[in-house]
Write a protein that binds this ligand. Structure first.
Ligand code: GTP
Ligand code: MG
Length: 207
């Protein structure tokens, strides 16, 4: 885990750096990284665009499975890096491709010393799928600090907001302070951003 001391409170800028298929292409330095995980179409790329206010930096698609490599972005003049990861569980991706994705993600999660925080995105509308549960348990097993972002809250009936939150927290066995609701239509994401930056600053990491 990286211990670099940061003094950020906001995301001021973000630039695309590079795409990586494997370890050989990773930048070798000490910049802390936040990776974004979740099933295909859950909204990982949208989330990166929204919280950084750069609407088109991460490619959003109506066709699931578009993100096929690790896409690395420099944040705040390279004080921090964001890593957009291909989604899991997309049925139309071939079996071989799924195995390649899994190996690429495994390698990154297990070997990347820069990794400071995993943001696992799940769909607020549904009970977490078995893949979501497996991914969360995997992160927990390897002691990777994890926060959960539940996306697409704008698509939920008011009555279901509390019910679904409880269901997600219970299914994944989360602590309350790991759970963050998100909609791309919200304008204030400061809670989420502050938490991401706080964990990267190594101030009481969440587990
Ligand atoms: N209504 C609503 N739609 C959203 C939200 N977040 C994402 N979407 C939509 O969901 C679709 C998929 O979003 P992406 O950001 O491409 O999803 P992804 O997780 O990056 O998908 P892959 O790259 O395929 O793994 C797009 O049509 C987005 O506009 C949200 O908060 N609310
Ligand atoms: Mg994407």
């Amino acid at each position: 885990m990286m211990m670099k001391v940061l003094t950020m409170s906001k995301i001021k800028n973000i630039n695309f750096l590079t795409s990586c298929a494997s370890k050989a292409q990773w930048p070798m330095d000490e910049i802390p990284e936040v990776c974004f995980l979740g099933r295909s179409n859950v909204g990982k790329s949208t989330f990166i665009n929204t919280i950084t206010n750069f609407r088109n930096i991460a490619r959003v698609s109506s066709t699931p499975g578009k993100t096929r490599l690790l896409n690395l972005f420099e944040v705040n003049n390279n004080d921090l890096r964001f890593v957009d990861v291909p989604g899991y569980g997309y049925a139309k991706v071939s079996h071989t491709m799924k195995e390649q994705f899994a190996a690429m993600i495994d390698e990154y999660l297990l070997r990347r010393k820069n990794l400071s925080l995993a943001v696992l995105l799940i769909d607020y509308r549904h009970k977490p799928s078995q893949s979501d549960i497996d991914m969360y348990n995997y992160l927990k097993h390897y002691n990777i600090p994890t926060m959960i972002v539940a996306t697409k809250t704008d698509k939920i009936k008011k009555n279901d907001l509390v019910k679904n939150k409880k269901l997600i927290i219970k299914t994944l066995n989360l602590m309350n302070n790991q759970f963050f609701p998100f909609s791309k239509f919200n304008t204030d994401h400061s809670d989420i951003v502050k938490n991401i930056l706080r964990v990267c600053e190594n101030d009481e990491p969440l587990l």
